[in-house]
Design a protein around this ligand. Structure first.
Ligand code: SF4
Ligand code: SF4
Ligand code: FES
Length: 293
């Protein structure tokens, strides 16, 4: 062990990691997974959801694994009864106040932790209508769990646009543009980095929204093809999600060294020309008509 490393125990396993490693990173390095919601590998932890709590023998309260650095010699339990009960309660409270039906990850966690939100009253954020303000993406805040990821991605973690922030406090807290003005009138540059990090589909591509509305969103039939954005010399890696041979959305891998999952408006949304209707000059149409006669 060098001076820069520390040792601790996680679920009975001895672990040695560099100083400042978080409990989450240390646990994952030995194959122990801890659920997260507000954490993302391409954002700094904001520590607001408390889904990742674990028990540490040197702390009275449960500690957030995503942001708490490992302490030398500590003993961590990631999945005991107290931890499980807390995670179940977090999931139930989230489910009682939000529509989580489009988050496969949260649905799986709810099932694994046997979360049943029916014992809480339904506070679903007034079943807000989705904000459909343009052809690129929609915002449906009754699915928003206030994880702050979109705000971070729009701000100093990626885009530095600061078009959105959390407005109000307590039960009235919500993601908002300045003075709640429509997105097209705000500072938004339509990079879509907020959509890329949203864990609940509160933010989603208009293409996905339209296909879901037509009961034709079929992730099981979709393919993902990696390619390089051709708009500029940065060469961002794009993942083209296709269904029925048409692009339905574009993402970028969060662990990619060039993009860290973030794109600009051209890479994210500038693909519609690929499937534009074929242009036929008027002369060709006249020729066709003559042939028909
Ligand atoms: S599309 Fe980009 S600029 Fe617009 S709100 Fe989302 S992150 Fe901010
Ligand atoms: S809109 Fe999505 S990313 Fe933004 S705070 Fe809500 S759940 Fe998180
Ligand atoms: S993932 Fe750790 S507090 Fe949200």
């Amino acid at each position: 062990m060098t001076e820069q490393n520390i040792s601790l125990t996680i679920d009975g396993q001895a672990v040695t990691v560099p100083k400042e490693t978080t409990i989450l990173e240390a646990a994952r390095s030995v194959g122990i997974d801890i659920p997260t919601l507000c954490w993302a590998e391409n954002l700094t932890p904001v520590n607001v959801c408390r889904l990742c709590v674990v028990e540490a023998d040197n702390s009275k309260a449960l500690v957030p694994a995503c942001s708490r650095a490992c302490d030398a010699g500590s003993n961590i339990e990631t999945n005991n009864e107290r931890v499980t009960k807390n995670r179940r309660m977090v999931l139930e409270l989230l489910d009682s106040a939000n529509d989580l039906s489009q988050s496969e990850e949260l649905q799986d966690l709810m099932a694994n932790y046997e979360a049943d939100s029916s014992r809480y009253s339904d506070n679903l954020a007034a079943h807000d209508e989705p904000k459909v303000e343009d052809d690129l993406f929609i915002r449906a805040y009754d699915r928003c769990v206030l994880c702050y990821k979109c705000v971070q991605a729009c701000g100093e973690e990626a885009q530095f646009t600061f078009a959105i922030a959390i407005a109000n406090r307590g039960f009235d807290a919500r993601v908002s543009t300045e003075h709640d003005i429509p997105l097209p009138e705000s500072a938004c540059v339509y990079c879509g980095n907020c959509i890329g990090v949203c864990p609940t589909n509160a933010l989603q591509f208009k293409t996905e929204f339209d296909l879901r509305s037509a009961a034709n969103w079929r992730p099981e039939d979709q393919e993902v093809t990696e390619t390089i954005c051709s708009y500029c010399g940065v060469g961002c890696t794009l993942e083209l999600h296709t269904q029925d041979n048409e692009i339905v959305k574009v993402t970028s891998p969060a662990d990619h060294s060039v993009t860290s999952g973030h794109l600009c408006v051209k890479g994210r949304f500038g693909w519609e020309y690929v499937q534009a209707p074929v242009y036929r000059p008027p002369s060709a149409i006249q020729t066709d008509a003559a042939v028909d006669d």
